[in-house]
Write a protein that binds this ligand. Structure first.
Ligand code: NAP
Length: 543
């Protein structure tokens, strides 16, 4: 290790104005903004063999975006928006990768991306006012600005179940899926995890495998996605309404291309409410939340949606015992990220699918032949971990970031993340984070949050260059105030009431329990960032 780092240090560094880490939505747009708008020299370092970020790695069966396609794309350029045509209501993983490659080709981005390049360490050097970045491949880069565009959900969380390594069959995490796919034909498959990923994968694996055993620890709500090919009329609508669609995504709290009704659950009669929920169920998708303004803030209001959705599970699932286990949901609807599905609950009516209730029979171990619970052994040929991610902070801590005075990010964030607007970290000058903890990110339609963050970071760097400022670092006071604002915004919702939530870091043993994303709404956050920018990027200390 010491020899390797010595070799890296002795090798001449490649010097750029800016290094961007990650070539997903965020990294691609950041490259375009810094290179083509500000005229900087930029290199993107990407650990994958291709671009796409989340969509490069998450190739599991059924992987599809839960945002509707006409809103799940860049909207900064009308030409770019109109030049692409989505085929389905929700874009599938392969189509999103095609889209991102189309964007990269159209903007000529690939020539400035180094693939198969994993950042191992990034250190700020106060004497040169530069970041020095070492890669696992032995290359060294230096840059004045370092932008992380590593995504929020890119560090897989594989639970340390005793005996995991002894499993004799094949095992996969959904976030690191083989590019050639997995052949489930004739196989007994076990799937651990019933979050948004497990709920997407279950029906597809069940249709291909000899038998599927779903291991459920926490029951989850799900609303039908009602995915469908887009009609010619809708495609025309999307192509001719760029400005309107963009305006809606920028005006709402969650960045999706639909508005949230401004009535309370209790402004209508129970019969009217039932009709509103029924219509929303038929329409499908994340819009189910949009019927009322108080579903995520008032427990009594939330209970009405929760009861409706639990009733639907019992209506769909024929076996009463299985239905009870699936409907035994212990958190408010939408207080964890609400999944949407294509035939999830229906899958439990198939003869080749078994549900295991881990609350009644916890997993004790993984053995060569399968999974052992307190009640017995489930023999398996393939084991799928749909067990989520070390979210938000995990991908940043994995970069080995070391700021001013040798401060390590891992140490600085030991009790939880501290940021200014989710984009800057005290003690880490000229480091900019796209969709970091403290920004709305995962609580929104991601491309909208990404565009806003990338543009703000670009404007901040432009401000520095226009004013001869060499160093940007947030003040301790601004960070303290923003940390408090993030907490206050979360406390105004039901979100922090869920004990086992990755928003709180509760899914990773030893991780501090701090609510990480900003829950005050994308629209309010945008205004807050705009106001800071208009006041000379208030909150940031420049030298
Ligand atoms: P997740 O929401 O964290 O779900 C992980 C699942 O694994 C949970 O059911 C969890 O149970 C279970 N689990 C974890 N450790 C376990 C253990 N030791 N034993 C048994 N069960 C265990 O992860 P995810 O489903 O991958 O979703 C993560 C996020 O990715 C989503 O919330 C969403 O933001 C994003 N996503 C987006 C899309 C999309 O737009 N298409 C699709 C998929 C995911 P507990 O709940 O009991 O902890």
């Amino acid at each position: 290790m010491a020899t390797a780092s010595k070799a890296a240090e002795s090798k001449a560094a490649q010097v750029f104005d800016a290094i961007v880490i990650g070539a997903g939505f965020a990294g691609l747009y950041q490259l375009h903004c810094l290179r083509d708008r500000l005229g900087l020299s930029v290199k993107v370092l990407e650990r994958g063999g291709g671009l796409g970020g989340t969509w490069y790695w998450n190739r599991y069966p059924g992987a599809r975006c839960d945002s509707e396609s006409h809103g799940y794309c860049f909207t900064f350029s009308k030409d770019l928006y109109e030049a692409w045509e989505w085929s389905e209501r929700y874009p599938g993983q392969a189509e999103i990768l095609r889209y991102l490659n189309f964007v990269a080709d159209r903007l000529d981005l690939k020539r400035d991306i180094a693939f198969d390049t994993t950042v191992r360490a990034a250190r700020y050097d106060a004497t040169t006012n530069r970041w020095r970045i070492d890669t696992a491949q032995g290359e060294t880069f230096e840059a004045t600005y370092l932008v992380t565009a590593v995504g929020c959900l890119s560090t897989a969380n594989v639970p340390a179940i005793p005996g995991r390594q002894t499993f004799a069959g094949a095992k996969y995490h959904t976030g690191d899926w083989p590019h050639g796919g997995v052949d489930f034909a004739g196989k007994r498959v076990g799937l651990i995890g019933t979050g948004a990923t497990g709920i997407q994968a279950t029906p597809v694996i069940a249709a291909a495998a000899r038998h599927l055993t779903v291991f459920q620890r926490t029951a989850n709500y799900s609303v039908p996605a009602r995915n469908t090919p887009l009609s010619a009329d809708f495609k025309t609508y999307a192509k001719t309404h760029h400005a309107e669609i963009r305006a809606i995504t920028q005006a709402t709290t969650n960045g999706h291309p639909f508005t949230i009704d401004d009535r309370s659950v209790f402004d209508v009669t129970p019969a009217e409410r039932e009709k509103i929920y029924e219509d929303a169920w038929e329409k499908g998708g994340l819009q189910f939340r949009a019927g009322f303004r108080d579903i995520l803030t008032d427990k009594a209001a939330n209970d009405t949606a929760a009861e409706f959705l639990k009733r639907k599970i019992r209506n769909v699932v024929r076996d009463a015992k299985t239905a009870n286990v699936l409907a035994d949901i212990d958190h408010p609807y939408s207080a964890k990220r609400p999944p949407i599905d294509s035939g999830y609950f229906e899958t439990f009516n198939r003869p080749n699918v078994t549900l295991v209730d881990l609350r009644a029979e916890p997993i004790e171990a993984i053995v060569p032949s399968g999974v052992v619970t307190t009640k017995g052994t489930y023999d398996l040929d393939i084991l799928v971990f749909a067990t989520g991610f070390d979210a938000m902070t995990g991908p940043l801590l994995g970069l080995g970031l070391e700021g001013r005075d040798g401060v390590n990010l891992r140490d600085f964030w030991r009790s939880g993340p501290h940021t200014y607007l989710g984009m800057q970290i005290p003690g880490f000058p000229n480091l900019f984070v796209v969709t970091g903890p403290g920004s709305p990110s995962v609580l929104t339609n991601m491309p909208v949050a990404i565009e806003q963050n990338v543009e703000w970071i670009t404007d901040c760097i432009a401000h520095m260059r226009a004013n001869g400022l060499s160093r940007a670092e947030p003040s301790g006071k601004a960070v303290e105030a923003w940390d408090a604002e993030v907490q206050r915004a979360a406390d105004a919702t039901l979100l922090p009431t869920v004990k086992h939530s990755w928003y709180l870091g509760a899914n990773v043993p030893g991780k501090p329990r701090v609510f990480m994303p900003y829950a005050g709404g994308m629209n309010l956050y945008r205004k807050r960032c705009d106001d800071a920018a208009a006041n000379g990027f208030e909150g940031i200390q420049f030298t």
